[in-house]
Design a protein around this ligand. Sequence first.
Ligand code: ZN
Length: 208
Amino acid sequence: MGGRGGTSGLSSQSTIQSFLKAGIRFDDMDNLNKTAVEQSLSGFRDVLHDMGIPLSAINMISGTDEKGEIMGVNGFNDLVFSKRVYSSLDKAKENSESRNGYFVTNGLYGTGAHEAGHLIINEIINKTMKGSSVLEKAKARKSYKIEKQIIREAKKTYGSSPQISGYGQTKPSETIAEAVADVYTNKSKANPYSRVIVDIMKKKLKGK
Ligand SMILES: [Zn+2]
């Protein structure tokens, strides 16, 4: 393990390694481009790390043939990569590119940070709805209950709810995920409204 492909390969391989070390199972990854997976996983990992969520919050990581998704997190905290997109670095990069501001970030790191935003919502549901049934939690996910709460609070704090990106306008869940991608990828250039959203998420993770 490690060493093949020179120094950039070495440093980038550390992300997959850290998930393996945390005991996360990888499945059906044979046809995926490792560099592309690494870049997205590193965005994903950095968000989890900063939010204080252990990598073991992930159930498993796998490739998928399902259409529509580039990279996704489901209700069971499985992290999936589209085989169609992630089979080549060029294709994956092209899919992560923002055209006319549709995405808040450019590149695969941002795609990973975005998906981590969805996972954080699952974690907030698990923390704040401890006594609820699996069905109730699934309903909360489907109705974007937590996302809507966060957006309401952010609007109150910020005074308005400006658009983060075109994609962020499509669903409350995408508003949240784009805010997370914005803060962790664009850093000092992030929309201050995205920061307000991330701060509220951190507060909710602490049960406040
Ligand atoms: Zn999303």
